[in-house]
Design a protein around this ligand. Sequence first.
Ligand SMILES: Nc1ncnc2c1ncn2[C@@H]1O[C@H](COP(=O)(O)OP(=O)(O)OP(=O)(O)O)[C@@H](O)[C@H]1O
Length: 240
Amino acid sequence: MGTPPDNDVLWARALRHSYRGEPALLGVSINVRAGEILTVAGHRGSGKSTLLHCLSGRLVPEEGEVWFNSAPVHTLSEGAREALRRDRFGWIGPGDQLVPELSAWENAALPLLMRGDSHRESRAVAQEWLERLDIGSVARRRPADLPHSQRQRIAVARALVTGPDVVFADEPTAPLHRADRDLLLRTLTSAARSHGITVVLATTDPELGRYADRTITLADGRPDTATRPHDRELTAPARV
Ligand SMILES: Nc1ncnc2c1ncn2[C@@H]1O[C@H](COP(=O)(O)OP(=O)(O)OP(=O)(O)O)[C@@H](O)[C@H]1O
């Protein structure tokens, strides 16, 4: 296999993965350019989460390669992948991933506190992000006292607080109503654009493509060949 082009922040080739013999990815290749907002669309079970887990180093694919900034991820040790995720990537999931005992600012500051930044500095940076996301006033409240829409914005703040290169968002709007969904995505994408952060967003909702520079679609672990040609950025499966 070749080496990735310089302007791709992420580059993966021929990813295949299965769970207990059940295939989830069947030879997916993908490139993500620096600063790009990319939507990975597809129905439930099409392999979107598995693809995001492989790209972010949460999962090592059974076959294929993942490169981040021209360095291989798939050959890194577990510890090195953990450090990569902590220092360079942010993650937003679909459900409640906040720590219930911590306040909004403590949840947002968690990645900074965990890497050893001072309490004072972490609090200031977390507060800044909460303000940017319009939830500065709830900084001292606990997640259980807040609506879903504000809890998801705290999760967005936590993903952005370290100034990551890439944020992976796996169905981040799943628990939200339409108006809150649009607000969250506008907030996430404008914050990402103004800070040059790349976003890879998995969703079952094809409408969310309007927030992205590009959409790719998966169907049953493969590129969906029924998608429009300009959206078809995934190459054909390496082998089926
Ligand atoms: N941890 C797991 N153990 C077993 N099977 C899994 C696991 N994770 C995913 N799968 C299976 O792999 C396939 C792809 O799942 P994946 O979650 O990647 O798809 P998805 O498009 O993100 O779906 P969803 O929108 O439901 O999360 C599905 O058949 C799913 O049931």
